[in-house]
Design a protein around this ligand. Sequence first.
Ligand SMILES: Nc1ncnc2c1ncn2[C@@H]1O[C@H](COP(=O)(O)OP(=O)(O)OP(=O)(O)O)[C@@H](O)[C@H]1O
Length: 830
Amino acid sequence: MNNEHTTSSNASKIISKPRIISGIVFILLSIVLTLSFVSYLMNWKADQSQAGTMGDKAIKSSNVFGKIGDWLGNLFIFESIGVAAFVVAFLCFVFGTLIFKKNYFKPWKTISHSLFFICWTPIFFGAVTKGQGVLGGVYGYQIMDYLRSYIGSVGLWLVLVVSFALYFILEFNLSPSSIKKKLNDINDQTIGKLKNMMPDSQEEFNADDELENEAVQEKKVASTHPTKAASNPIKNENDFSNIIVTQEVEPIKTPNQTSFEEESKQTAPEPVILSPSAPPISLEKPSEIPVVKADDNIAFNVEIKKDEDFVPTPEQQKSDDLVSKHGLYDHKLDLAKFQMPSVNLLKDYGNEEITINKDELEENKNRIVGLLKTFNVGISEIKATIGPTVTLYEIVPEAGIRVAAIKKLQDDIALNLSALGIRIIAPMPGKGTIGIEVPRKNPTMVSMRSVVASPKFQNADMDLPVVFGRTISNEVFVADLAKMPHLLMAGATGQGKSVGINAILTSLIYKKHPSELKFVMVDPKKVELSLYSKIERHYLAKLPDTEDAIITDNAKVINTLNSLCIEMDDRYELLKNAFCKNIKEYNKKFSERKLNPENGHRYLPYIVLVVDEFADLIMTAGKEVEHPIARLAQLARAIGIHLIVATQRPSVNVITGMIKANFPARVAFRVISGVDSKTILDSPGAEQLVGKGDMLYFNGNDLTRLQCAFVDTPEVERIAEFIGEQKGYSDAYLLPEYSGEDGSSTVGSFDPNEKDALFEEAARIVVSTQQGSTSMLQRQLKLGYNRAGRIMDQLEATGIVGGFNGAKAREVQISDLNSLEKFLDELKGR
Ligand SMILES: Nc1ncnc2c1ncn2[C@@H]1O[C@H](COP(=O)(O)OP(=O)(O)OP(=O)(O)O)[C@@H](O)[C@H]1O
């Protein structure tokens, strides 16, 4: 392994011929200089008198390199820097070795040391010799003389001593404690050596008279044969400590300590005190050595050794070099001056503190207690938590009353309290109580400003933080869209869905730089998301060659969805090539310049697809939309594509099993029926909400009632304007081109102009009988099979009935005639 490494490293050190020649020249030069200087120092007096006789062949020089050597010595030593000239010769040698790619010397360190000595030595020798001799050279003497005339002799010496001391301190990291330690070490070693000699002589002395002193004999055995000593019965405290010390010293043997014998002798006088009851120390487990009270004066130096064996890979080295040259990649650099919107752009709706209406509380309490009494449910405790929209009454039933029994009464209680918005939670998850949520007469508005400004949102350490509003206990509720990872929203018209979408979009905009986040917006209603067109060049993504980033034409949605699928596949490929598990890891690696943009790597912004009216889409494009949406929902989480799909009609043919299975996070505003609530949340409750942003958030496990934060259109407009006025990218973020069939297919489409004259009547029959059967329509409306079948297809396309169900009748999605009339009105309005 090592050999392999050496061979490869040698291979990388192939040296070109010009380098070899210049390396040899430098090394030879250093030898010539050194020998000339040495020779000059020995003969300078004689040779100097011959200065200027270079051309005279008759005059011989005593320098080993003759007149050239003499000239060199004179030039470097006498006329310049004295003995510091040897440093110049040394530097030539260092250059020679560096040219040969030998790392014997650290170049910069060597140069800085050399410069210090080239400056310091001539002045020092100039001061010592007072200009006599050649040790300081002419420069040395002149500089010294110059300094002395300014700062005097004392000042000069002070400068010399202090500069030398500083050099030493900086070079060897000397501190008073480490100096003291070194002195102590020297002291100990000297004492140790003396002691080392002492026992030997004593040994000789005792050898003549063994019987005279048994104790001395014991000690000798202990120190020379530790194992033997350990097996000997311990006779007294001194003996014991001796063994311990011997054992303790072994693992920390220093290179200077050559033998165990020497070691034990050196350490024997150390004042290591251990009680006889101390557990024996195992040599194998040095970590079990009991703590010996340390002397406060002992210097404690901590050194972290670099892993010498760590050899960075060429890629790692390259990225490190790039980072040290250019710094980390900054994805915000293109819009470096981009200013995040300030909270002041959001409207201040005044005091949002919750006021307590004692009469209302009392009245509700009495109603609840009275009602439960009629069902023979005794209450031992009742507690109220006041939220912005509802007050939660938590009831602790009397002993003996089972929660399951109350659960059965849920519907009766709800019916008896009969106020809109009452929701009963029996039992409260994680508590032994029953919760009854009763709407407040004067709900408190939750403004977007208050939740955006809240520390919980501001400090949210999430990838895509979304602040929905406040919980029932008035706490700000923030969730991470990246973790959801997709969100399904439903709510009847006018219940706060659009405000909810705006709240989500604004919270993301408040937290993310345009380089980190892009929206793909689908707005069949054409008006809901149009405000965001101003931020097209900052936050929106679109297909190439399309005019508007916000898609209002359902036919174009298919292309965009398929393009998003291509983007998803591309991103997976990039992640695979970069050996990353998710977008976060990938972007980190890219920022660290470990991924080469020439290989297609790029910083990946999160993409959030927002579909404002999903029912509309499904109805016009059916499976063509459902498939890419389901595919994105299934796979896109890791690569940073997240979907927010909203619908007014949460019927099963809109929110199909496939869609539902891939959208674990759901939000329900008030819906028309319990069936709708079950479709969206898998449980009833959303039909009991009070509207105006009262919502239930389901994260896949828990259901949380929230009051959605209110953000009005002018506020969104202000934010969009603020961003739109700033410098943006040249275009929206371009999604990959999708060259599929043009998205004009209308599988299952419904054209209001082509609807059958009997469509509405048929719808009423189907809803009132709750039977989606073609033969029934044939009978009731006296129609032929073909026409009845066509009407049934139209009913399916609008979502009034579910899909073809084999032999069984189709499921009817609208539960009562009232809802149907509203629905038909809406259809006409389109
Ligand atoms: N969080 C909220 N706080 C206070 N009032 C709200 C809130 N959300 C909605 N409202 C009120 O409800 C009205 C309707 O809201 P919104 O436009 O969001 O409904 P919608 O569900 O999107 O309706 P549609 O689907 O018809 O567009 C708003 O104009 C506002 O007065």
